[in-house]
Design a protein around this ligand. Structure first.
Ligand SMILES: [Zn+2]
Length: 103
């Protein structure tokens, strides 16, 4: 036999480790299946780890802090910021509200 006992033991532990990792991934997939399915339908990004999954709505990437008021929503004299309408955030994918017509 060409395999030393130490090599057999190492191979055995490697096999057990790989088998355990594969079972953990299977359990993780089974545990998160319903939540992952919901996130997939919603179009969320999913970061999968062995024991936790992180979900993120990519629409949040479209929102930035208002550069005029710095996110406070307050403009000159304590009035709402004119750029973000007092919300403190800007969404680049939403069309700007229609300007009011003066009489
Ligand atoms: Zn603003």
């Amino acid at each position: 036999m060409n395999v030393r006992p130490a090599g057999v033991a190492t191979h055995l532990w490697t096999h057990i480790r790989e088998h355990t990792l594969a079972r953990n991934w299977e359990l993780s997939d089974a545990f998160f299946a319903e939540i992952d399915g919901f996130a997939w339908v919603q179009g969320w990004a999913i970061v999968r780890r062995r024991t936790r999954h992180t979900y993120r709505d990519p629409r949040f990437d479209r929102v930035v802090v208002c550069c005029t008021c710095g996110g406070t929503g307050k403009g000159e004299g304590g009035r709402p910021c004119r750029t973000c309408k007092g919300e403190g955030l800007l969404n680049f994918f939403e069309p700007p509200p229609a300007a009011r017509k003066s009489a």
